[in-house]
Design a protein around this ligand. Structure first.
Ligand SMILES: [Ca+2]
Ligand SMILES: [Ca+2]
Ligand SMILES: [Ca+2]
Length: 344
């Protein structure tokens, strides 16, 4: 009988041992970890991997923006310590006077978001906002004094939190304070010589519009009307063009950029004479002929060509803003065409 009791006690101890070994301590926060799928942008945990955000104009709800997917991004903190980075190109001047709004909205119950804005180096913190609790919106507003590409980090207030019910919408708005009519400009950006797509390029308009080129393609919401658009990419001559877009319309302007040191092609959109007279005009034909048959033959002429295309975006912006400058430029080019024509 004693032996039987001893065996029963041993059996109970073994069962207890197995149960104790199987039941692991639960770390803080683990109850909500690893239960959510990463959001569609979640390769974005540093500023170097930041997702390009297509800026939204406050008050706009146009169908054309919806059709192109220029909308707030849906993110979540799928795991503890998840960070979500985006980047956008800001302009200091224009209709919005350099102001932008970064908004986190439609938060789920376990999402307590912190919004941080970083300078163009990706590491210098400009401002941090965490005014509200879980499930409540956050808003960071900033007036930029310098054009450039800036970074935004969204993180959870609790570094151990993550998983289910941490979803949120993220958007950067161009707060021009109006629901004015809006159109969209889209296009491709390629290397003139190789035809390869150019990334790491930025677009700015004289109305304050801006966009980042994503793998050779860009999309930009913009108030309807006429404006000048300039394109900048490291290692390339800047390009520019006049653009006219109507409400609800999507227009396409493709660019082929000229690498520094290369000779601009006939298709290069940097030429402000084309903007003045049209690409197929006699004036442009005479000037292009002079460029290709005279200037390209001598070093001074090649330097003049590079200087011309470098200054063209500035000239286009000035002409767009000031009718007198445009008239003066027209007169100047007219006289130049006469001189060039008479010398041939
Ligand atoms: Ca995420
Ligand atoms: Ca992330
Ligand atoms: Ca918060």
């Amino acid at each position: 009988m004693k032996r039987l009791l001893l065996h029963e006690n041993i059996l109970v101890c073994m069962v207890l041992f197995v149960v104790i070994c199987c039941v692991q301590p639960v770390p803080a926060g683990a109850g909500i970890l690893n239960l959510a799928e990463p959001d569609e942008f979640d390769d974005d945990d540093t500023y170097l991997d930041a997702t390009i955000f297509h800026l939204i104009i406050e008050g706009d709800s146009s169908q054309v923006a919806t059709d192109l997917g220029i909308l707030p991004q849906r993110h979540n903190f799928h795991d503890a310590g998840d960070e979500d980075w985006i980047k956008f190109h800001a302009t200091a001047e224009g209709l919005h006077k350099g102001w932008y709004s970064i908004r986190v909205s439609n938060l789920e119950s376990n999402c307590d978001a912190v919004v941080e804005l970083y300078d163009t180096d990706g590491v210098t913190l400009l401002q941090s906002r965490d005014d509200n609790l879980a499930g409540q919106d956050e808003l960071l507003e900033w007036q930029f004094e310098t054009d450039g590409t800036y970074y935004v980090r969204i993180k959870h207030y609790d570094p151990l939190a993550g998983g289910q019910d941490t979803g949120y919408d993220l958007a950067v708005y161009w707060p021009i304070g109006t629901s004015a009519s809006v159109g969209v400009v889209t296009g491709t950006v390629t290397d003139q010589d190789s035809g390869t797509k150019i990334g790491n390029a930025a677009i700015r308009t004289d109305s304050g519009g801006s966009a980042l080129v994503d793998q050779g393609h860009y999309m930009m919401l913009h108030p309807a009307g006429n404006f000048s658009l300039a394109l900048y990419a490291e290692g390339y001559l800047s390009a520019s063009a006049f653009v006219s877009v109507s409400s609800g319309e999507a227009v396409t302007r493709d660019f082929s950029m000229t690498a520094v040191g290369s000779t601009p092609s006939d298709n290069d959109t940097t030429c402000f004479a084309e903007d003045l007279f049209g690409a197929d005009s006699r004036e442009v034909e005479v000037l292009q002929d002079f460029r290709d048959h005279v200037l390209t033959k001598i070093p001074a002429g090649q330097a003049l060509i590079r200087c011309y295309y470098r200054l063209s975006p500035v000239a286009v912006r000035l002409m767009c803003r000031n009718e007198a400058v445009k008239n003066a430029a027209t007169t100047m080019v007219d006289r130049l065409v006469v001189i060039v024509s008479s010398g041939r």
